[in-house]
Design a protein around this ligand. Structure first.
Ligand code: CO
Length: 218
């Protein structure tokens, strides 16, 4: 092996530490996965799903992309949601954004950087939707934070509107969708006070969460 040797060394240490405390750890995991949580988060290297919530392998099904977006025609993300809801029967879907998100920032600064602009167009639509509220905030750092929060809520709505979540609720499957945000500067998660457990709650919960975002300043 020519390169990245240290990563393989880390891996050997990690695997042996795991079985030191729990000899059957990998044997058990190899039989099946049974996670209660689907995490949809940003690809940002500073927001590692399992570590943030202190969960070991096997406990959280993860999808990450730039700016934690759930896009109607994105086969990748939709396949993850379908498998998590229908096959794994996760009990919770967590959409977790983070402050200072580079994807959101690029949109706020109206920067164009190439291919990824097509992806970020989804955030641009959110910015336009809340343009009048956002323009009342004259601090750009606060504006960015609010947009990061708004993006989470809009993505929670998108998750809830997928056919998989809708039919799970119709079939009385226990499934909650949550909106969280992570602060890279202190390592802490914040609940955006949105927790949707049925179709009938969707509209009110989303409206309430949006109102919350614009009624406090951080
Ligand atoms: Co990000």
């Amino acid at each position: 092996m020519k390169v990245l040797k240290h990563l393989f060394e880390n891996n050997r240490k990690w695997a042996s530490n795991k079985i030191k405390n729990d000899a059957d750890f990998f044997k058990r995991l190899s039989q099946q996965q049974n996670p209660d949580y689907l995490w949809i988060g940003c690809s940002d290297s500073r927001v590692p799903a399992n570590q943030i919530v202190g969960l070991p392998p096997g406990e959280v099904f993860v999808h990450r992309n730039v700016a934690n977006l759930i896009v109607e025609k994105d086969l990748n993300c939709l396949s993850v949601i379908q498998f998590a809801v229908e096959a794994l029967k996760v009990k919770h879907i967590i959409v977790c954004g983070h402050y200072g998100c580079g994807g959101v920032k690029t949109v706020m600064e109206n920067k164009k950087i190439g291919l990824i602009d097509n992806w970020l167009a989804n955030i641009h639509k959110i910015k336009e939707k809340y343009d009048s509220e956002l323009s009342e905030i004259n601090n750009t750092a606060v504006q960015l934070s609010k947009m990061c929060e708004l993006n989470v809520i809009e993505q929670v709505k998108n998750v809830c509107n997928t056919e998989f979540v809708q039919s799970a609720w119709q079939n009385n499957q226990s499934l909650s969708v949550h909106g969280w945000i992570y602060d890279i500067s202190d390592g802490l998660l914040q609940d955006l006070e949105v927790c949707i457990t049925s179709h009938s709650e969707l509209k009110d919960e989303i409206e309430k969460a949006i109102r919350n975002i614009f009624t406090y300043t951080n």
